[in-house]
Design a protein around this ligand. Structure first.
Ligand code: DBV
Length: 249
């Protein structure tokens, strides 16, 4: 069972339909990675595949899909806008572990407490948020330090039933991605140098947090080793610092 394959297929089809997608280079050795874990009857293949695209407004659109049997399925899907747009990040962390499902879905703000920013990028999706939240109640227990990175329209839920993932989570994922692409359509390049500096700082803050705290680090290290994992995190999943360092500025 690959619970999140339909999410990935839908997302890529929608992006292809609505954007002029260009490929984004995935470092060699990271497009697809496989390991066999466990012993005897519990042996299990764990396959991690990566996908990446870019457009003139979106610096990196990337997905990591982990397939390791019924009790290990992950789709981590993030869109990182170019630094001359004030767009939020699209962030989906769809996780199925032996303990159950864990779903995080949001348009993650650059400036959470800025009311003008909220009016522009949260207010338009609040009705969508409330409609889905009826079926996807707050999942509790959320790391305090991660809160600055989520919007008031953050969907955080831990469904008991796989069917809820296939129906309500899928519907919410589609609505959020559609709404995000509406924001992308409307986005105009920022030219104010003070605002541009604030955007870069906010992107680096988000990136730094996610690379440092990546909740998948332990899992990836067990499957594929520390060296592969650190390179995957800093060289692909959260690569902004590397890209800035290698650019002529
Ligand atoms: N999470 C990632 C990436 C993953 C991934 C790149 C490719 O950012 C998977 C894989 N997330 C993943 C896994 C777990 C979580 C959990 C495997 C389970 C970890 C475990 O239980 O062992 C949202 N994801 C989580 C948690 C949160 C998020 C809050 C619970 C972890 C905890 O309780 O500490 N998404 C995650 C997050 C941010 C975000 C913290 C912060 C900005 O955008």
């Amino acid at each position: 069972m690959t619970l999140y394959q339909p999410f990935l297929d839908y997302a890529i089809a929608l992006l292809q339909e609505r954007l002029n997608l260009q490929p984004y280079a995935i470092p060699q050795g990271f497009e697809s990675k496989q390991a066999t874990v466990g012993k005897g009857k519990h042996q299990q293949e764990v396959l991690t595949t990566s996908y990446a695209y870019q457009t003139t407004k979106l610096r990196q659109i990337r997905a990591a899909h982990v397939q390791g049997g019924n009790s290990l399925q992950v789709l981590n899907f993030v869109i990182f806008p170019h630094l001359n747009y004030d767009l939020p990040f699209f962030g989906a962390d769809l996780v199925t572990l032996p303990g159950g499902h864990l779903i995080a879905l949001d348009m993650q703000p650059l400036f959470r407490d800025d009311l003008g920013y909220q009016a522009k990028y949260t207010q338009p999706i609040l009705a969508t948020f409330h409609a889905h939240q009826q079926h996807l109640p707050w999942g509790g227990d959320f790391p305090e330090e991660a809160q600055p990175f989520f919007s008031p329209a953050f969907i955080w839920t831990r469904p008991q039933e796989t069917e809820v993932v296939e129906t309500h989570v899928f519907a919410a994922f589609i609505d959020y991605l559609q709404a995000y692409l509406d924001f992308v359509d409307q986005a105009q390049p920022i030219t104010d140098s003070k605002y541009l500096a604030d955007i870069e700082q906010a992107q680096l803050r988000y990136l730094g947090y996610r690379a440092e705290k990546d909740p998948a680090r332990g899992m990836f290290t067990r499957f594929y080793g520390a060296e592969w994992t650190e390179e995957y995190i800093h060289g692909f999943l959260f690569d902004l610092e590397r890209k800035l360092a290698s650019a002529i500025r």
